[in-house]
Design a protein around this ligand. Structure first.
Ligand code: PRX
Length: 681
């Protein structure tokens, strides 16, 4: 581990744990059998070639599975052509399954929609024609900033249908964050909504788009872009979801419902080369600038379809699948949109939060829709544990047959609770490790094959090569820990960072020559099973969402109050990690906050409230520090690098570790003595 490894509670876990083998009945009906491992091990490329042919429909076949002339440039199925939307929608209709429900939508207020594959085909065709009318062409980038409603899925598929590249920005991100993503990808169109429902009320989205595009959005009314503002965006397509008032830019803004109503429902999907970009998705790295991870078509679709079918043991005719992720994250791309629809699944899409209007909402939905497969994040599971098991116990969860976990390490207590309370001591639980960059699940049990160990993602899937290595890149023996690497290219691997080839090479391919460095620590137990230990870089994982320490630090220092800031991810019982910020205030502010306000004068600014609001504005509410500690110094090495390890010790109330590499070792005493300054938790 590096000096600055982000630690997780899992580091202290014993790996000697009970295993839960699949029942004989489950194993007998499972899609995946143990032979998949031996087949893929004997002929990895032949295995993936067969999956690509079996699971997808190609407009023209590929002649070569992988062109790998050297890391990091991989071309999978390169001379084949296909269309992602045709594969996700049209071919199911052509196969006679047009009446099968694709999306069962439940809005937070309780409104519902059922969309069959035939209806989905009509909607995506209309939307594709609208995009073309609005001037979007194959290869153009389209930003999507929507709540979790069917139009989000339709918008993504409509882009794919015409060969445009979607860049979905999570609706919880701020106007600033949206603007930087639009600019980085030079998007020509934004698809948004008036708002979405969140925690019982309508929450606006369109004002953030107006602000991001450089227009004044303070007042409702006509939007006039200020002179001198440049944006590549020509049109904004607006879904009406909440009906709230919106500002409107004549000539730029177009109502989705009006445009779709006027559009033809006939559209022929555009066949693209397998390596044609399908989407860009921004994720946090170790610097302040998010990385535009981009994925291409053929390989990505092959691996999302394969993993969705086998890791969740999907039976398309009978299962009701539910992944609780938002389309703003990679899980929503691969396991709400592409994986399930490629496999012709019926799935639930839910707009809101688990506790609106009551804490049993999820379990009520499972019972009402007869959900059979549930895929969610450990944070959600731990939150439900906190709320108490009598809440799920009040609902009939007997339809569930497979449970999945993703996004962060799942502690064995949460794993066993999930299986016992939600899965009725009956269902397999699959802990799936992967990343925005990997595009699809990489390490996971197979539910009909693996004897599952609570807390371990266990083994690389068939066709995937992962290792745990030491500082020099040598595999560690069983029982030891090190860095997780991926030693062979895989179909859904990222093809780059949009517009930054050098950063792509530096971040992933240079730590260990020519093999992929994931940025995670891991341990192999005595059986060789893999346990993920959290990030080893300055990336944090808050509730399964990735945030960068550097990004939050630069948001903090952009406030006039702050001279310097250091952010760490401290262990948190529920959210895995929580953001803790140490800030040095500028001298003039320090005096102001140190003195109590004179009676009759303005109240003193509350540092924590002000800065938390500022971070929410710069990045989004998910990035708000849980705790802000005002300090007078930060611990730095002689070369000026902040020693976050020591700050984490403070944040986690531990004895501060080795301070000998500090330029000034008295700094930690100063920090400790100043901790009675204004703070917030
Ligand atoms: O640290 C790992 C953690 O989440 C990171 C990837 O985050 P992101 O790109 O946002 O994708 C999240 C959804 C795939 C990884 O580097 N992570 C993800 N899944 C697991 C996990 N850590 C432990 N166990 C997992 N199952």
């Amino acid at each position: 581990m590096t000096d600055d490894a982000q630690s997780t509670p899992l580091e202290s876990l014993s790996t000697a744990s009970p295993a839960f083998p699949p029942t004989v009945e489950f194993a007998a009906q499972a899609n995946a059998h143990a032979e998949l491992y031996s087949w893929a091990a004997a002929d990895r490329l032949g295995f993936w070639g067969e999956q690509a042919r079996e699971l997808l429909t190609w407009d023209s076949p590929f002649s070569e599975v992988l062109d790998w002339s050297g890391a990091p440039v991989a071309r999978w199925f390169a001379d084949g052509t296909l269309n992602a939307c045709y594969n996700a929608v049209d071919r199911h209709v052509e196969a006679g399954n047009g009446d099968r429900v694709a999306l069962l939508f439940e809005g937070e207020p309780g409104d519902t929609r059922r969309i069959t594959y035939a209806e989905l085909q009509q909607e995506v065709s209309r939307a594709a024609n609208v995009l073309l009318d609005l001037g979007v062409r194959t290869g153009d980038r389209v930003a999507i900033y929507l709540p979790m409603i069917p139009e989000a899925v339709i918008a993504m598929l409509a882009c794919a249908r015409i060969g445009a590249v979607h860049s979905v920005v999570f609706g919880g991100f701020s106007a600033e964050a949206l603007r930087s993503r639009i600019d980085d990808a030079s998007a020509v169109l934004v698809i948004t909504a008036d708002g979405g429902y969140r925690r019982g009320s309508a929450s606006a989205l369109k004002p953030a788009v107006d602000e991001a595009l450089g227009a004044t959005s303070d007042a409702l009314g006509p939007v006039d872009p200020p002179s001198g503002t440049t944006t590549t965006v020509r049109k904004v397509l607006v879904v009406r979801r909440t009906g709230q008032d919106v500002a409107w830019s004549e000539g730029r803004d177009v109502w989705w419902h009006e445009a779709l109503a006027a559009a033809s429902d006939q559209h022929t999907p555009v066949a693209v080369e397998a390596e044609h970009p399908l989407f860009i998705l921004y994720t946090s790295g170790t610097t302040g600038k998010p990385k535009g991870i981009f994925h291409t078509t053929g390989g990505y679709l092959t691996q999302t379809a394969f993993t969705h079918l086998n890791v969740f043991d999907l039976k398309a005719e009978t299962d009701v699948y539910w992944c609780t992720a938002d389309v703003g994250w990679v899980t929503g791309h691969s396991y709400v949109v592409y994986g399930p629809l490629l496999n012709g699944a019926t799935q639930l899409v839910y707009e809101g939060t688990p506790d609106t209007p009551h804490k049993g909402r999820w379990w009520e939905l499972v019972a009402r829709y007869g959900v059979t497969i549930l895929y969610t994040a450990p944070t959600a599971i731990r939150t439900c544990m906190k709320w108490g098991e009598d809440i799920p116990a009040g609902h009939d969860l007997s339809s569930l047959r497979v449970l999945g976990s993703v996004g962060e390490p799942i502690n064995p207590e949460a794993w066993t609770w999930y299986r016992r309370v939600i899965g009725g001591d009956r269902t397999p639980v699959v802990d799936t490790w992967w990343q925005t960059e990997t595009g699809a699940i990489m390490i996971s049990p197979l539910p009909g094959v693996t004897a599952a160990k609570p807390g371990s993602a266990q083994t690389p899937l068939p066709g995937i090569a992962a290792e745990v290595v030491d500082e020099e890149g040598h595999p560690v023996p069983d029982g030891a820990s090190g860095y997780l690497v991926l030693t062979e290219p895989w179909p859904a691997m990222l093809r780059g960072i949009w517009g930054d080839e050098q950063r792509f090479r530096d971040t992933y391919w240079s730590r260990f020559a020519d093999i992929y460095f994931a940025g995670d620590g891991a341990r192999k137990d005595d059986d060789g099973d893999i346990w993920l230990l959290g990030r080893v870089d300055d990336v944090m994982n808050i509730s399964g969402h990735r945030l960068s320490t550097a990004e939050i630090e630069s948001a903090l220092v952009s406030h006039p109050m702050v001279a310097e800031a250091a952010v760490v991810g401290a262990s948190d019982e529920t959210t895995g990690q929580a953001v803790v910020a140490f800030v040095i205030l500028r001298a003039e502010w320090l005096d102001r906050v140190a003195e109590p306000a004179e009676p009759g004068t303005d109240p003193q600014p509350d540092v924590a409230t002000t800065l938390r609001a500022h971070v929410a504005k710069e990045i989004g509410p998910i990035a708000k520090p849980r705790t802000i500690l005002v300090v007078t110094e930060l611990p730095k090495t002689r070369s000026g690098k902040i020693m976050r390890r020591l700050l984490r010790d403070v944040a986690e109330h531990r004895t501060v570790g080795d301070v000998t590499t500090l330029a000034d070792s008295s700094v930690m005493d100063l920090i400790a003595s100043g901790l009675d300054r204004p703070t917030s938790t």
